[in-house]
Every structure is written in C-alpha cells, then in structure tokens.
Design a protein around this ligand. Structure first.
Ligand SMILES: O=C(O)C1=C[C@@H](OP(=O)(O)O)[C@@H](O)[C@H](O)C1
Ligand SMILES: C=C(OP(=O)(O)O)C(=O)O
Length: 447
C-alpha cells in the first residue's frame, strides 16, 4: 500500500481540502460467492489498540516498540500527527513501529482525516505541548461530535479555539503544562471523549478525576481497553466506580506493545462464513484479548453460527441457518453495519437497538443502513437508537458507502449472497484495512 499519509491505495489524489485527502471514488462490484467460504485470514492489528499504543508511547519516559500495528489511514495519520508534535515515529517496517518521545511542541498542523480516535485522543496530548496545534480533517469530521471534550479541556485549564459548534477546526494553545484536576463530561455521544482525556491524564499536574453525567456511555469495552493499556504503561487508574475515572499524576513507561488482530475488521470475514455456510478462522487470535470478543461471539452464535477458539485462531462456522436477532449493540456499536447486513439476509426479522451514538460515526449509520438495506430489498424501520430489519426479496442495487469503511463492509456481505451489489466507493475501506478489496476478492474466489 501507499506509505503516504492518508492516501487511499489505487486512487488518484485530486486535491487537498481541509487538510484531508480527497480522492476519486473507486466503484466496485461486490463479488458473489458460489459456495461456502472456508479459509484462514490474517488481518492487521486493531485500530483501537494501535491508536492507544501510539499516544501512550508518545507520552512515555522512554522509547517504545509497537509490534503488528495497523497500517491504515487512521493510524498513519495518527503517527503523522505525533511527528508534527516532535515525536519520532518510525513506521518504515510493517510489523514493528518504534516511537521515541521528545518534548512536545507546536506550532503544528494535524490532519485527523475521518478518525474519531485522532480527533478525540490527540488534542489532550497536544495540550501538553508548548505552542499552537491546529486540527482539521475531512468535511464529515467537522460534523462529528466534539463539544464535550472541548468543554472538558477548557475546564481543566486548556485554551482551545474551536468552530462555533465547538467542533473542527480546533486550535489547542499548549503551554507545556496542563493543570488537570476534576472535570465533568457527557460522553453519551462517544466513549472516545473519556478515553482521549484518560490517555493523557497521567501527565497532567494534578492527574484527572473525570465524571460522566448524562445518558449511558457507549462502547464500554473500549473504556476497559483504555484502562488496561494505561495500567500496562505504568499509570495508576481507578475505574472501580461506574462513570468515574481517576488517573493519578505520574510517569508513563516506554514498553513493547503487541497489537492483536482487529476484531471489528474481522467481522465481515466472519460474516462471510455465516452467510455461505463456510468456516473462517482469524489467525493469531490471543488467548486473552483486550477487544470485545465475548460480545462478538455472542452475536454470531445468536445469528446461528458456531464459534470456536483453538491454537489456529478464532473460527466462525456457518451452519446453514441465519436467524434474525434482537440485540442491544451499545457495547459494540461499530459492529452494527455488518450485523445489519446479516440481518437483511436472515430467515426472520431482527431488531438492533442501543446505538443512537452511531449517528455520529463516519456517517449517520442508522439512516445510511436504513436507506441502503432498503435498496437491496430489506424492509427497514428506523428508530432513534437502532433499526428493525425484515428481510425481503433481495436484489442487486447501487449501494452508497458514504466514505464509511463499515458501510462498505456491509455492502460486501450482502453482495456475497446477492448478485449486482455495486458499491459507490470501496476506497473508503482504507480507513482501517486498505487491503480489504483484494482480501475480500481472494476470499470469495475460494468459495
Ligand atoms: O476508543 C476507540 O478506539 C473506539 C471507540 C468506539 O467509539 P464510540 O464510543 O464513539 O462508538 C468505536 O466505535 C470506535 O470505532 C473506536
Ligand atoms: C466509529 C469508528 O471509527 P472512529 O474511530 O473514526 O470513531 C469505526 O471504526 O467504526
């Protein structure tokens, strides 16, 4: 793949806009399976773990190594953002990145692309820099929620300039020191607000006591991942009280991070086994995972698939039965597009709820799924916090991807069973898995 920050492989870069790269869309006909898909896939590292490892390594007291990182638009832009702040990040080797921290400094400009992780994790770290750091990204990133983390940073003594809606473009006026202390936040729109503040909090003079007030925080497993990785870096964090997190001031240590294969990126591949009655093994799956594997296994089993773990990895096996499900996906909102695609191919109706926050993801995923799954023949009812999906007579159609990698995954899953599903752009999968089109074509070719 291209090594240039943010560039989608195989696409022509036309112009730079708002600090992001605008590329020609890459239309794609989703391949249809001719039989069961049975294979073992090796997928790159978790986006969420790679992002956290990069931030923690940049704030550490010595060098770190990140083994098996994800090289994709979100993480390449994160590495570039840290470099702009004075951190040495060597990403020349595919399986081993090194990070050598240095004094953080502006002036700097950071292109966040369409990455929630960069937009919410980097400004708190930039507040520790001396100088002005400007953030901007893709046009849609300007619409994604940011206000609560901007307000929390201000309440912790950081000077932040933002657009009238407290979103991008954002300017952090770092003084080299963040006082820290206590802050209250409504993180119901994204768990990343909490993770972003906690990841830098050990470096605040008074540490941080953060209290959430508002409707429930989604994506709880991502908050546990944050606490786990902070502890692994030597931070003292108390997350024993619901909706309250305390990080003591203190050093973060450089270390070797070993990144697990990306579970959310694996979801469409597992779905291929469920749809075709095949078996897909994700190689290199660890015995103990920091990702929400139990939730993912529960969903695939409820849909009718068998899931096993062995020395070879994590295997999902289709049984020929694809049941409709009723599920609260609030803990694993990013799985919604693939689960919704499976629901559209199932034997009965499904109800997927608890995911109002995914309206603030790469696109409004609830409306996007309702629109696109209807186009391919499902009967869809849209709720504020989810979808009811009744499979209808499936038909090929043009499936809009909205620059959203997981909408592209959903379309690819439908295309396995329904000929003639044309994605408006498969290039958007470069956000988390630039190799997706080739890996997927190879997978289906083995059916
Ligand atoms: O912390 C993280 O790495 C993430 C948290 C979740 O965000 P939300 O809580 O905004 O859904 C998830 O959807 C996103 O893909 C990654
Ligand atoms: C919501 C997602 O990404 P982001 O990190 O940009 O929020 C996602 O990957 O599904």
């Amino acid at each position: 793949m291209s090594r240039e920050a943010g560039r989608r492989p195989g696409t022509v870069v036309r112009r730079r806009q708002n600090g992001g790269v605008t590329a020609e869309p890459r239309p794609w006909l989703a391949p249809t399976a001719t039989g069961p898909v049975t294979t073992t896939v090796r997928l790159p590292g978790s986006k969420s773990m790679t992002a956290r490892a990069l931030i923690l390594a940049a704030l550490a007291d010595g060098p770190s190594v990140i083994e098996a990182p994800l090289r994709a638009r979100d993480t390449v832009l994160m590495a570039s953002g840290l470099r702009a702040l004075g951190v040495e990040v060597d990403t020349s080797a595919d399986d081993r990145w090194t990070v050598t921290p240095g004094p953080l400094r502006g002036p700097a400009r950071v292109d966040v692309g369409l990455a929630g992780t960069i937009t919410r994790f980097l400004p708190p770290a930039a507040a520790l820099a001396e100088g002005v750091v400007e953030f901007d990204g893709d046009p849609h990133m300007r619409k994604r929620p940011l206000r609560p983390i901007v307000a929390a940073l201000r309440s912790l003594g950081v000077t932040v300039g933002a657009s009238p809606i407290d979103g991008l473009p954002l300017t952090v006026h770092g003084t080299g020191v963040v006082e820290g202390g206590e802050a209250v936040i409504d993180a119901s729109a994204s768990s990343q607000f909490v993770s972003g503040l906690l990841l830098s909090a050990a470096r605040f003079a008074k540490g941080l006591t953060l209290r959430h007030e508002g409707p429930p925080v989604p994506s709880a497993p991502h908050l546990r991942m944050t606490a786990h990785m902070l502890r692994a870096a030597g931070a003292v964090i108390d997350d024993s009280v619901a909706d309250v997190w305390r990080v003591e001031p203190g050093p973060l240590h450089g270390r070797t991070w070993v990144i697990e294969p990306d579970l959310s990126g694996a979801a469409p591949f597992f779905a291929a086994a469920a749809v075709t009655g095949g078996a897909v093994t994700l190689a290199g799956w660890p015995a103990d995972s920091w990702q929400p594997v139990d939730q993912a296994i529960g969903i695939f089993r409820a849909l009718g698939a068998e899931v096993t773990r062995s020395a070879e990895g994590l295997t999902v096996r289709g049984t020929g039965t694809l049941r409709g499900i009723t599920a609260d996906l609030s803990e694993v909102g990013e799985l919604t597009p693939v689960v919704a695609a499976l629901a559209a191919l199932a034997e009965g109706p499904s109800e997927l709820r608890g995911v109002e926050h995914i309206r603030g993801h790469e696109t409004d995923r609830i409306t996007a799924l309702a629109t696109e799954l209807s186009r391919v023949g499902a009967e869809v009812t849209e709720f504020r916090d989810g979808l009811r999906i009744a499979p209808g007579a499936p038909r090929g159609a043009t499936f809009e991807t909205y620059a959203d990698h997981r909408m592209a995954h959903a379309a690819a899953v439908i295309g396995l069973a329904v000929p003639g599903v044309h994605l408006t752009d498969v290039g958007c999968t470069s956000k988390t898995l630039p190799e997706f089109p080739e890996l997927w074509a190879g997978l289906v070719a083995r059916s």
